[in-house]
Design a protein around this ligand. Structure first.
Ligand SMILES: Cc1cc2nc3c(=O)[nH]c(=O)nc-3n(C[C@H](O)[C@H](O)[C@H](O)COP(=O)(O)O)c2cc1C
Length: 184
């Protein structure tokens, strides 16, 4: 089987982000299956707010180009999307718009979605919006997704409860299966 190269992006900038913690579990699963995985931590990219004037000026900010290159060379992505007021975070949308602009490296890229929330919504509406955005850009979003509600009960001492652990494994399996099958 070809080797997958999966990058992870978390839409929360919070130091103790639950989404980032569970994204790391997903990336560890990718590595445990013999594939490559890397967290692209948006906090270290310090992206400016998206501005089409900058995008159209011919020279993108260095960190934008770096992030775009990382996504371009990946075979797939895990996106961890927190939910703020029923949608994806502004940080995630900002990063998506920068990565997309000019050459859309998301096209034909395989995407696995996870969302973690402290309340009963389980970030499910943010995942619906994320699915719609990535589909619009021509990505292949895998059918399984992890929408985890009540993180205080379902994610204890760094471990997911069984049903959510299995769902995360399904997302990872589908991501690897599809991304290694597609020709680059
Ligand atoms: C301004 C604000 C709005 C929120 N809105 C929602 C929401 O609509 N749905 C939801 O499931 N959680 C909502 N939450 C709770 C987040 O899911 C929770 O803060 C979560 O831990 C954020 O992700 P993180 O731990 O990765 O930073 C909201 C939190 C804040 C601060």
């Amino acid at each position: 089987m070809a080797k997958a190269n999966i990058v992870g992006v978390c839409g929360s900038l919070r130091q103790n982000s639950l989404n980032r913690e569970i994204l790391r579990l997903g990336l560890d699963m990718v590595k445990a299956k013999g594939h490559e995985a890397e967290l692209l931590d948006l906090r270290s990219f310090s992206l400016p707010l998206f501005n089409e004037d900058i995008a159209g000026s011919g020279t993108l900010p260095e960190n934008v180009s770096l992030l775009k290159n990382k996504v371009r060379s990946a075979s797939g992505l895990i996106i961890a999307s927190p939910e703020y007021n029923a949608s994806i975070s502004s940080s995630l949308k900002n990063a998506i718009d920068w990565i997309f602009v000019n050459d859309n490296p998301f096209k034909y890229k395989v995407i696995g979605l996870i969302g973690v929330s402290t309340v009963w919504w389980g970030a499910s509406r943010s995942l619906s919006h994320a699915r719609s955005i990535f589909s619009h850009m021509g990505s292949y979003v895998v059918p399984s997704q992890l929408a985890l509600p009540f993180a205080a009960q379902n994610f204890l001492n760094g471990k997911l409860s069984k049903e959510y652990q299995d769902t995360l494994a399904n997302v990872v399996d589908e991501l690897i299966m599809l991304s290694t099958k597609l020709e680059r």
